[in-house]
Design a protein around this ligand. Structure first.
Ligand code: G1P
Length: 285
């Protein structure tokens, strides 16, 4: 059996232009989704999948993300003194979710480049990669399902979701050769294809198990779609030396990386997290 995966790389260097002006000073990863910032959902998902170390890739000006995951002794002391045990626990649990390591991407050269920036902090073992633009929702966290697939196949693993013809050009698309239940063996990848060039309507979602060899490919990767160094292209090179499996996962990934998706996610989560909210919204005419 493969060793359990311990590290998770979380790219959080993007500019968040879709949410301006909200993200003028606030990193988009700290926009609240219910009572916690978007990126905390991702860290909790990675911790639930067994990762004990998060390697977060930042860009300049996004230090508030570090502050969020750092211990807050003064705030904790104040909450303790006031007997606010629930809030104290909520604050304390954030910094104890995992061990946090930070690294910086100096230029916005693409997702593949952002992942490459984590190289010096990743041990020579397989690792998770999670894009915090989606929140895992449903019975089993999506990253944990990828971890199970890794235990079974021991290869690079991608999260896959079937999308419509209109949507596929927003994602990486995969060619598949063999299907075993929810698992597909991937034989090709294309980043953001025009619908006529998409090998299938199975889209790569932002959850991965990557093998350390990916860094060599990313270091030599020429810019691809959008003029950026694409993680998908680096993953394609991995097909030269081994198999890749995809998981058409159970449950959902809720988009919090676009304004529409963010609102829709709040509506979806409201019944579970703030049951009176929808009623209140409907009563205001
Ligand atoms: C990235 C990946 C793409 C993937 C998508 C999932 O694209 O490059 O392959 O399908 O995430 O959200 P981005 O959304 O950063 O443009």
């Amino acid at each position: 059996m493969a060793q359990p995966i311990q590290q998770c790389v979380i790219p959080a260097a993007g500019l968040g232009t879709r949410f301006l002006p909200a993200t003028k000073a606030l990193p988009k990863e700290l926009l609240p989704v219910g009572n916690r910032p978007a990126i905390q959902w991702g860290v909790e998902e990675a911790a639930a999948a067994g990762a004990s170390e998060m390697v977060i890739v930042l860009s300049e000006g996004k230090e508030l993300i570090r502050d969020h995951f750092a211990p807050s002794p003064a705030l904790e002391e104040l909450l303790r003194a006031r007997g606010k045990e629930t809030q104290l626990e909520a604050v304390r649990s954030v910094s104890s979710l995992a061990q946090f390591t930070y690294t910086y991407q100096d230029q916005p050269l693409g997702l593949g480049h952002a992942v490459l920036c984590a190289r010096e902090h990743v041990r020579k073992d397989p690792f998770f990669c999670l894009l915090p633009d989606d929140v895992s929702y449903g019975a089993a966290p999506v990253l944990a399902q990828l971890g199970e697939a890794f235990q079974r196949f021991g290869t690079t693993v991608l999260a896959l979701m079937r999308v419509s013809e209109e949507q596929i050009s927003r994602y990486g698309s995969v060619a598949v050769a063999e299907t075993v239940g929810k698992y597909h063996r991937v034989t090709g990848v294309v980043e953001k294809p025009a619908v006529k060039d998409a090998p299938s309507l199975l889209a790569i979602m932002g959850r991965y198990v990557l093998l350390p060899d990916i860094f060599d490919h990313l270091a030599h990767q020429a810019p691809g779609a959008g003029g950026e160094i694409q993680l998908t292209d680096g993953i394609g090179k991995m097909l030269g030396t081994g198999d890749i499996w995809g998981v058409e996962f159970d449950g959902e990934l809720l988009d919090v990386g676009t304004l529409e998706g963010w609102y829709a996610t709040l509506f979806r989560l409201a019944p579970a997290y703030a049951p009176k909210a929808l009623e209140m919204a409907q009563s205001v005419q």
